[in-house]
Design a protein around this ligand. Sequence first.
Ligand code: SAM
Length: 370
Amino acid sequence: VATTRTDKLDTVWPLEDHTAAKHDILRGYLNAWFPIMGHRPGGERVVYIDGFAGPGVYANGQPGSPILALRCLVDHQHFDRWKKTFTFVFVENDKDRFESLEAEIQRFWTARGGKPVNVRIMLRNAGFTDVADEILVGLGKHRLAPTFAFIDPFGFRVPLDTVARLVAFPHCEVFFNFMFNRVNQFLTAPQVGEHMEALFGTDRCFDADGLDADAREAYLLSLYGEQLRTAAQMPYVHRFTMIGPQNKQVCTLFYGTRSLVGVRKMKEELWKIDPVGGGYFSDVTCGMATLFTPDPDLTPLRRGIIGRFNTKTVKVADVDDYVVGATPFLPRHYKAILRTFEELGQIEILGGRKQRFKYPSGTIVRFCVP
Ligand SMILES: C[S@@+](CC[C@H](N)C(=O)[O-])C[C@H]1O[C@@H](n2cnc3c(N)ncnc32)[C@H](O)[C@@H]1O
């Protein structure tokens, strides 16, 4: 069912810098996710959903997200070893974009000598929520196979409940593009109140009304993250913000998962895009703010580690779980902090490692920071 286009763009539009950054993150992550899923024992199927798939190509010929995902799978050096069926669900409600996507996928297979038998493509010219409901009804009592759901709308008409139900099963994760600029602009417009409430899954979003710009932004982002965590029962939710050419936030990507392995991989990608903080990309600087990248400020992490572990004896694995799961930082960041603590005599190592200044997960550490 083709629907009328609500945005002002052509069928195919130019790729913006922050979209390219989003694609870099997606590509980097899928290059890890497909192999992990491909090798996973048990289960025959792996599902990739692109709920707002687009036309499959950008104005200067760059690939759209569906083509990029297909490439990550079939161009992987070990693809032939993975004895699974990979199902791609691509949903695009605009007729012309849908036809463009169909043609791009066709072109993609032709260039590779045909589609492998273990890749299935479900292409739907329909609305995302309808297709999601159809999938869920079709499942009946069964669980959805391990799924990565990329949900990348232009606007905010994506009920949290749909997202939550789609990724309610084990090994399912979500990568959601929260269009902050649109949400912010239309938060209190009466004609979309119902959609706004559905997006957040609560009317608490309207409490942002009246806050100053910074507080409003912080409130809305943290509310969405919290809602995703509770409604979709995702213990790990991480986010990454895109700043547009006017130096204002365009959107924030939310990644939700139940897997610490997933978080590790995703955060590695986020830190590649933002080596200073792991949380932002700006069209203004195109990710090239300075010639020399400053070191990340580890003060909040140091504070967090002290708050949680000081005076306690723990394994490095516990510190690792905390840092990877509950902070934006990476293992190399806490390892640098542990090293400083050790140099200053602010931790004692009680066993579990062979080499000084190394912190394998079995290392037993007593924190004694004054
Ligand atoms: C941000 S673009 C997608 C870009 C694409 N994911 C990429 O990265 O290359 C959003 C797309 O969703 C389509 N769209 C809008 N409303 C939709 C709906 N309810 N269901 C499915 N697609 C929709 C638009 O036509 C547009 O092509």
